[in-house]
Ligand binder design. Structure first.
Ligand code: ZN
Length: 239
């Protein structure tokens, strides 16, 4: 085997170790807890935001209704004055208007008080949400701190692996390395760099997925010692 491939295999071994480390880190219970707290925090914040938008809308509505209420009340007062000044025979003709104005005033009052009730409910919900938010934030910070300490603990190992990988990169054929990186970025699962299997060059198969190689791939493997599996897109090398 060429030295190139040996370095490529060593590089991949480190890459797998690094991947394992990342999976391990992501599986850490605190990582899940942190994600859960983050979701809770966002939910509470969304509730607070929705409450504040609704309260704002209600306040604007109250302002409009109050303007209508004052104007209607003013009209009502003047109609009452007209009614009181009218003769007994004339009084009756004011009654429908008085009724209608009174009912408009009542309706305004009801609309305002129902909106005030809603604002009160929003305020008490917000108060609870703010307390929850604070508790969630405290818990989040606590977990984050623990996780950061854990990260710091594993960082030297990670740096060491990454350093070794970097050092190997210059010793690997550029084309092979970029094919490897490309396959990985396209979602090919590790190991990406696999040996050809089979006892002779006529029945070469992919060491990753086990599929027999096509005639084209076989010739490529014979001439360049490397080809790409047409089935799983892994890089197949010849020992
Ligand atoms: Zn394959």
């Amino acid at each position: 085997m060429t030295e190139n491939f040996e370095n490529m295999i060593a590089y991949q071994r480190l890459d797998i170790a690094l991947r394992k480390m990342i999976i391990e880190f992501n599986k850490h219970p605190d990582k899940k807890r942190l994600d859960a707290e983050r979701t809770k925090f966002n939910d509470v914040q969304a509730n607070l935001d929705a409450g504040s938008v609704e309260a704002q809308t209600l306040a604007e509505e109250i302002e409009k209704i109050y303007t209508e209420f004052k104007a209607t009340e003013k009209t009502l007062d003047s109609v009452i004055k007209d009614y009181e000044a009218a003769t007994d025979e004339e009084k009756a003709k004011f009654l429908p208007q008085l009724e209608s104005l009174k009912s408009r005033v009542d309706s305004c009052k009801n609309k305002i008080s129902s909106r005030i009730e809603r604002i009160k409910r929003i305020s008490s919900d917000s108060y609870m949400n703010l307390n929850t938010k604070k508790a969630v934030k405290d818990e989040f910070d606590k977990i984050k701190k623990r996780l950061d300490e854990y990260k710091l603990k594993i960082m030297p190992d990670r740096d060491k692996i990454e350093g070794e990988m970097k050092a190997l990169e210059s010793k690997i054929d550029g084309d092979v390395l970029s094919l490897y990186k490309k396959a990985k970025s396209e979602g090919v699962a590790l190991p990406v760099f696999v040996p050809a299997t089979g006892d002779n060059e006529n029945n070469y198969a992919c060491g990753g997925c086990g599929m027999l190689l096509s005639q084209t791939s076989k010739s490529e493997l014979k001439s360049k010692n490397i080809c790409q599996c047409e089935t799983c897109r892994r890089l197949i090398y010849r020992k």
